[in-house]
Design a protein around this ligand. Structure first.
Ligand SMILES: [Cu+2]
Length: 359
């Protein structure tokens, strides 16, 4: 017979109450510290208070069209959740200077959630990023980020453009046809090959006495063709078409590849509605809607960027002024409160590609 009375070497928990007690103790020893750590490092941010604001987009021509509300006021450092809906068609949403550039649509019957925290007080403009009808550009609004300790900062436009184009005295509302213009789109790559063959110092050095932003392609062409100058002597054997390739090459040197990509993104998002995806001035909103646009007696159709004479006459600074301020007497809206300094130059560099071919 086995001896059941012998003492066991270790205690054992065989009864049900004993096992339950053991599980509870383990839960307490392991579970509580885990819960504390989880709250501290993982869960707490999600549990932080967050203000929810509903934003409704409507076609600009509709009653109460545009964004409702069109002014949103939040505190610096406050977590905000925007719930965006559309009352009619597909809209888009971006707050560029807050870094909110979602490519998601604001679709009827759906809710688009955008969460942000603004750390810098000031005024941030937002806009619709999907062309919805003529007057689409009216779909703008402002997020005011308040710092209770700094009322002045609250009123400030965040990171405004820094180039003072007005100081240059350019009349951005006047037509600027180039005195010289190519007969067909010049090619930057062919210009680069030509310059390499001429074997001179770097091309831009010949224009070092001028602010490149104030130089128009027509002006650059005139310099290339001037007899009695070093540059004129160098290019004197070239035909007009070849000299235009050189001008296109000069412009291609101004734009970094990543800037061109950014410019393309912004142009395709914000400019195609009127200027067309190929820059021909043939977007659906190219012609001002007389019933909507009050300045219609002066209103001009959208600029055609493939117009070689118009492009040849325009300096980059002219485009800069137009972008920052918008076109007087046209439906061209301002972008100075939406685009950063870099964004403005990026769009300008991209716009050149409609007239000047590059790789
Ligand atoms: Cu829109």
């Amino acid at each position: 017979m086995p001896d059941n009375s012998a003492p066991k070497p270790y205690p054992s928990f065989r009864s049900r109450p004993e096992r339950i007690a053991l599980v509870l103790v383990l839960l307490a020893v392991v579970g509580i510290p885990l819960a504390v750590l989880g709250t501290q490092y993982g869960l707490r941010p999600r549990l932080a208070p967050m203000r929810t604001i509903e934003l409704v987009g409507r076609l600009p021509s509709a009653e109460h069209g545009g964004w409702t509300p069109d002014t949103i006021t939040v505190f610096k450092g406050e977590r905000v959740r925007l719930l965006l809906t559309s009352a009619d068609v597909v809209h888009g949403f971006a707050v560029p200077k807050l870094g909110i550039e979602t490519d998601a649509w604001v679709e009827p019957g759906k809710v688009l959630e955008v969460i942000f925290t603004a750390e810098q007080p000031g005024r941030y403009e937002f806009l619709c990023t999907v062309w919805c009808e003529t007057g689409h550009w009216r779909m703008r609004g402002v997020i005011e980020v308040i710092d209770p300790d700094d009322a002045v900062a609250t009123l400030r436009d965040v990171s405004p453009p820094t180039t003072n184009w007005m100081e240059t005295g350019i009349d951005i509302d006047a037509e600027h046809p180039g005195e010289n213009a190519p007969s067909q789109p010049p090619d930057a790559r062919r210009g680069a090959e030509l310059w390499a063959r001429l074997g001179d110092r770097p091309f831009p050095e010949h224009f070092a006495d001028l602010d490149p932003r104030l130089l128009s392609p027509s002006h650059a062409f005139a310099r290339l063709s001037r007899p009695g100058t070093a540059l004129g002597a160098l290019t004197g054997s070239l035909g007009a078409e070849e000299r235009w390739h050189l001008v296109a090459y000069l412009w291609s040197l101004k734009a970094a590849p990543d800037s061109l990509l950014r410019g393309e993104y912004l142009y395709q998002r914000d400019c195609t509605g009127c200027h067309g995806s190929l820059g021909r001035g043939d977007g659906p909103g190219a012609h001002p809607d007389l019933s909507l646009d009050t300045a219609s007696d002066m209103a001009r159709p959208a600029t055609d960027f493939t117009d070689l004479r118009a492009q040849a006459g325009a300096s980059d600074m002219l485009y800069y002024g137009k972008l920052v301020r918008g076109g007087m007497g046209t439906t061209m809206p301002y972008w100075g409160r939406l685009y950063s300094e870099d964004d403005l130059w990026a769009v300008i560099a991209y716009v050149r590609s409609f007239a000047f071919k590059r790789d």
